[in-house]
Design a protein around this ligand. Sequence first.
Ligand SMILES: [Zn+2]
Length: 96
Amino acid sequence: MKCSICTNQIDVQSNGWEEGHCALPLSNGRCCTLCNDTEVVPMRMAFIQSGRSIPKEGLKEIIDSQRKARALANVSLKHITREVNLIKKKGKLRRK
Ligand SMILES: [Zn+2]
């Protein structure tokens, strides 16, 4: 099983547990002990200390979906701009 944060193989713990740790709030998946100790636990502490509730969805997934939405918005905006410019051009041609 791969760590959902660093993508390295998840370490096997001394009791034989192979599925790592819950990576929330950083990612929806599982993570290795190193990422858990250095990234996930400090992130949880930061949320608790700031008085904010810990997100139920991984920040990694939230950022990914925002990036996709932004890319889609950019494509749509480009398309709309092109359409508007075409309409303007046609309008100018008709006026001549
Ligand atoms: Zn890791």
